[in-house]
Design a protein around this ligand. Structure first.
Ligand code: 6PG
Length: 243
């Protein structure tokens, strides 16, 4: 059963601050022994949220395993690397044990990198297909076209229902991306969409109020978890309020 929450913030700064606090709360272990798992989003919006998250005092990073929802097929020090963005804004600021940082190898052959990532997930979560890993927190962004992670409209990865991670050819970006798949995203305990900007308003409306042609972001619906939409006012501009 999916639980849904929608919050709209006046500015992107307020959105990033609220998201950082909610992620920090969600990373609090519920039992002494529990380790926590998070999948980070790429793009630009998470950068400042990461910086704020790194400052939150009550996150025990020694118990957190960090993954990514997607990665570009570039080396980890490339300016477009999602890992590099996270390293600069979070990993270098929070004391996360090296062996708990699970990077997608964007520098490798994408098919090999996706297979290696699946093995990493299997090892950390101690799962084997068809069982799905259950992330404690998945942070996702959304593009103006409604893509999320690297699940772009009309791409093959949208049809993947068994594998955890795949290499996805994205013709509209003339590239191949690495991405987690819908089954993994929909197995999560908590999915947080953090979306800002007027250019996203149309896709937000289609995700939340659309009845057909729902874009990939709208198809992320945790089977037994919560989906939170954290939006700034610009991204929420086309939502019709019920009252
Ligand atoms: C990526 C992301 C992607 C991103 C959206 C929004 O690798 O680019 O994972 O899904 O979240 O494109 O990006 P912005 O935050 O830059 O708008």
């Amino acid at each position: 059963m999916m639980d849904e929450m929608l919050r709209i913030y006046p500015s992107v700064g307020d959105l990033q601050d609220a998201c950082a606090e909610q992620v920090a709360q969600a990373l609090k272990p519920t039992t002494e022994s529990q380790t926590m798992t998070i999948a980070l989003s790429g793009g630009s919006t998470p950068r400042h949220m990461h910086e704020l998250l790194a400052q939150r005092p009550h996150v025990d990073w020694s118990r957190v395993h960090v993954f990514w929802g997607d990665e570009r097929t570039v080396p980890p020090d490339h300016e477009e690397s999602n890992f590099r963005m996270a390293k600069e804004s979070l990993l270098d600021r929070a004391s996360i044990p090296e062996d708990q940082i699970h990077r997608m190898a964007g520098e490798k052959d994408p098919v090999v990198a996706a297979e290696e990532y699946e093995k990493k997930i299997q090892a950390v979560f101690n799962v084997r297909p068809p069982e799905m890993p259950r992330f404690d927190v998945v942070i996702l962004g959304m593009g103006a076209d409604g893509h999320t992670a690297s699940l772009f409209p009309d791409t093959k990865a949208l049809l993947e229902l068994k594998r955890y991670a795949v290499a996805n050819h994205v013709p509209q970006q003339n590239t191949v991306r690495l991405t987690l798949t819908f089954p993994v995203l929909n197995a999560a305990q908590l999915v947080i969409f953090m979306v800002a900007g007027a250019d996203k308003a149309g896709a937000v409306e289609r995700c939340l109020q659309g009845t057909e042609d729902v874009p990939p972001a709208g198809q992320v619906q945790p089977t037994d978890g919560q989906r939170r939409w954290l939006l700034d006012a610009e991204a929420a501009a086309r939502l019709i309020s019920d009252d």
